[in-house]
Design a protein around this ligand. Structure first.
Ligand code: C5P
Length: 317
């Protein structure tokens, strides 16, 4: 096999609770992550040189070492130097559909696709949990992007417990093209403002993290009750992002006032806002209404759907 095409889905956060600080400087989180059909396409090809190269024609996506997809290939080369020497370099082409710096794990899912792609290209035979472990060294969301579907994520976000898949919900995403929110900024600001309410002792931290397993939204997911899931959406980072970015707050309010919206929330550290629907028609209608309410060309709107898939192979040669 010389080349592979992979589909790398985005994610939304149905739930994001910040529990406390971790000794590694990150936050202890309790999240529910959901893959959506909106996806990037990643081509991974063996090259005749010993170089790793990333190609992407999106102006906001770097093609150097700061690209997580590059770092994923570099990690594989360092972990498996003999295989790297045998198979040669890797050319990675990213065809972007997922908005950048949006809270949708666009960079993380590209990295996940590169890990899965190189594993196949080099015949490494890694297990999913080995790929997830490698992914965790690149970013907190990468393990989930390898696995996909619906899952509880705790720790930094890298400890996953799968949930029954929700592949019947429609999603409208709204994101201002020129608006980016740094994840590091969002968490740092949250710590500055709300750090005094963090849980500090280790036992209470663990108890709080595991409480999500028996929480209302997880029960609603087991019951496949879309209305109840949508009522229980939650994201602590809204407490810092919405007051700082009035455009994001406005999107939340515009969605909340539309008929047919089951629930609305910001995804991850934002600034993407999503709304959930039972039917595609309702989603398309609300997309049009939001466009009428905010006739700003900078605002991108997508209709997509929840999916049970993580990284998928579209073709191999
Ligand atoms: O892991 P990732 O690189 O995606 O995280 C980006 C930034 O978000 C981190 O540098 C950190 O500042 C913050 N973060 C955090 N706690 C987490 C995940 C991310 O504080 N659990």
């Amino acid at each position: 096999m010389r080349s592979l095409t992979l589909i790398a889905p985005a994610k939304i956060n149905l739930y994001l609770e910040i529990i406390g600080d971790r000794p590694d400087g990150y936050h202890e989180l309790s999240m529910i992550l959901q893959s959506i059909e909106l996806a990037d396409q990643i081509d991974v090809r063996s090259a005749d040189t010993q170089a790793i190269r990333v190609h992407c024609d999106h102006p906001q996506v770097p093609t150097d070492k700061s690209n997580l997809a590059y770092r994923a290939a570099d990690l594989m080369a360092m972990q498996f130097p003999d295989t790297f020497a045998k198979y040669g370099g890797v050319e990675i082409t990213v065809k972007k559909q997922i908005p950048v710096a949006a809270g949708l794990a666009g960079g993380s899912t590209n990295a996940a696709a590169v890990l899965v792609g190189i594993d196949l290209l080099w015949n490494l035979g890694l297990t999913q949990s080995e790929l997830e472990e490698l992914g965790a060294t690149l970013g907190s969301d990468v393990p989930f992007c390898v696995a996909g579907g619906t899952a509880i994520a705790t720790g930094r976000g890298e400890q996953l417990s799968p949930l029954p898949s929700l592949d019947n919900l429609y999603v409208v995403l709204a994101k201002y093209r020129s608006l980016e929110v740094s994840t590091a900024w969002a968490y740092k600001t949250y710590r500055q403002q709300f750090g005094n309410s963090y849980i500090r002792d280790t036992n209470s931290l663990a108890a709080r993290a595991s409480a999500v397993h028996s929480g209302g939204i997880v029960k609603a997911i087991f019951d496949q009750n879309a209305g109840e899931i949508a009522q229980k959406l939650h994201n602590d980072l809204e407490r810092v992002v919405l007051p700082t970015y009035p455009q994001v707050l406005q999107l939340r309010e515009v969605f909340a006032n539309q008929e047919g919206v089951l629930g609305t929330m910001m995804s991850g550290s934002g600034p993407t806002v999503f709304a959930l629907f039972e039917s595609e028609q309702q989603a398309q209608t609300v997309k049009l209404r939001v466009r009428e309410a905010i006739p700003d060309e900078d605002l991108e709107l997508f209709v997509t759907r929840t999916t049970s898939h993580g990284i998928q192979i579209a073709s191999s040669l």
